[in-house]
Design a protein around this ligand. Sequence first.
Ligand code: FNR
Length: 184
Amino acid sequence: SKIRVAVLVGSLRQGSFNRHLALAVGRLAPPEFTFEHIRIDHLPLYNQDFDGAYPDACKRLKQEVEAADALLFVTPEYNRSIPGVLKNAIDIASRPWGTNSFAGKPAGVIGISVGATGTALAQQHLRGVLAYLDVPTLGQPEVFIHNKEGLMDADGKITSEGTHRFLQGFVDRYVEWVRLITRK
Ligand code: FNR
């Protein structure tokens, strides 16, 4: 049956490599999987005063996450952690207290950076946050991509044959994992 994946990209940049990576991964999945990129660029900065009367944009984010069967986080590394925009979206969807929209949804965590560590430290931080939020996260294969010359073309298509094959391996495991957890 149909499986809906909510994709959260941790970069708002127009030409984001991570958004391109997310699109590339979506194309490698079987047709019953749909990938919906969730908007996070219009959200207010989380404020605990919201909890009494949640802003509409925040309610919509929660509804979009709740409508999904699974999650895919695709994020750059900013200063050895996850970008503030992604943490803000996670904080919003995790609240008000007792209404964590992520709970129980299987997730994948991947990323690409121009640094040699390929988002490894950002992903480690994100995995800690997701564990607290009761999100079962695929452990292997880890996807730390270092964006070097020849990896993507000008349109963001992955042109490296080796990376393409590696990503197919990730997607196959991710699909298996999501089916296992969701029983779909
Ligand atoms: C970076 N970048 C970066 N890269 C990395 O590998 N480790 C890091 O800690 C950081 N830190 C960092 C901080 C800030 C504030 C910026 C703006 C950038 C570089 C980063 O990998 C690069 O900008 C990527 O292109 C960002 O991903 P998108 O926007 O292309 O998806």
